[in-house]
Design a protein around this ligand. Structure first.
Ligand code: RIB
Length: 292
């Protein structure tokens, strides 16, 4: 089982021809209100890949729209609390190249309560469980400490990068998931090269250059599938969730990297973050087309 202590956002997505310069006012060509947040995006990717993650999070108590959205994906949502704070949100610009700029407001994501950790873990008995965290919620140190005390493995997505949090967690985690920029920042923080970051497993997504996965001294690489990207928002979340769904069940690493590469390649061909994450059948069809 995978417990994902993760953010849930309302994404306000504005399409622009190009990113605004400082002091510039631009007219957006479209606006959409969509489900997002690194945490829930990762949970959806896990669910799309075939597992039922337990998502532990919080939304604003009066926010029925977001709760309705999260129920549509086959995630266990029974540990999503209602907060007195408003649901977290993100303001996202996506340009014609599919690149994005994102500003987030934490809101209810920063209002997780210690009792939620206790309640979530009470629901599971023994076995090889994984806990996934990112930098968009509070309580990370408590979640990681209690996960380790319970004998669970911890995957940490160090995004958005927060140096103090990364420094605090790095010695306790089993898998670090980063993009190239976050990998460099982590290495600088530790005063080592990226190749010397001392975690049991590290997943480094490199966009069009593919992905590297280092596991207990073994290096694996998978190239990126070439697609025409319309929106790269949530691609890293899709990769991590899709990969962890297989990896947490001891699937062959090459297979898990291949599935996750295909899922994130397809995801960037669709607009939005959560809603763009492809179903397993679509990923399998895409992989067959690649082989043909
Ligand atoms: O990784 C993409 C996500 O980052 C968006 O959905 C946004 O909500 C922010 O959390």
């Amino acid at each position: 089982m995978i417990f994902n202590f993760g953010s849930i956002n309302v994404d306000h997505v504005y399409r622009v021809a190009e990113m605004p310069a400082p002091g510039e006012t631009l007219v957006a060509s479209s606006y959409q209100k969509l489900l997002g947040g690194k945490g829930i995006n990762q949970s959806i990717a896990i669910a799309r890949a075939g597992q039922v993650p337990v998502h532990v999070g919080a939304v604003g108590g009066d926010d029925h729209w977001t709760m309705e959205q999260v129920k549509n994906f086959g995630i266990d949502t029974s540990h999503i609390a209602q907060s007195a704070d408003p649901t977290g949100h993100a303001v996202i610009y996506v340009d014609d190249a599919g690149e994005n700029q994102i500003v987030i407001f934490g809101g209810a994501n920063q209002d997780l309560k210690p009792v939620q950790i206790e309640k979530a873990f009470k629901a599971c008995h023994g076995g090889d469980h994984w806990v996934l965290v990112q930098n968009e919620t509070n309580l990370l140190a408590d979640i990681v400490d209690q996960s380790k005390a319970a004998g669970f493995k911890v995957a940490y997505s160090a995004a958005p990068f927060v140096a103090d949090t990364a420094a605090e967690l790095i010695d306790k985690i089993d898998l670090l998931a980063v993009n190239e920029v976050e990998a460099e920042a982590t290495a600088r923080l530790l005063g080592v090269e990226v190749s010397e970051i001392a975690v049991p497993e590290i997943l480094i997504t490199k966009g069009s250059k593919g992905v590297e996965f280092h596991s207990h001294g073994e290096r694996h690489h998978h190239p990126a599938f070439q697609v025409d990207a319309v929106d790269t928002t949530g691609a890293g979340d899709t990769f991590l969730g899709s990969f962890l769904a297989g990896h947490s069940q001891a699937a062959e690493i090459g297979q898990s990297l291949r599935y996750a590469s295909a899922a994130s390649a397809l995801q960037v061909t669709r607009p939005g973050a959560a809603v763009a994450i492809p179903a397993r059948e679509d990923v399998e069809t895409f992989l067959k087309q690649q082989e043909a």
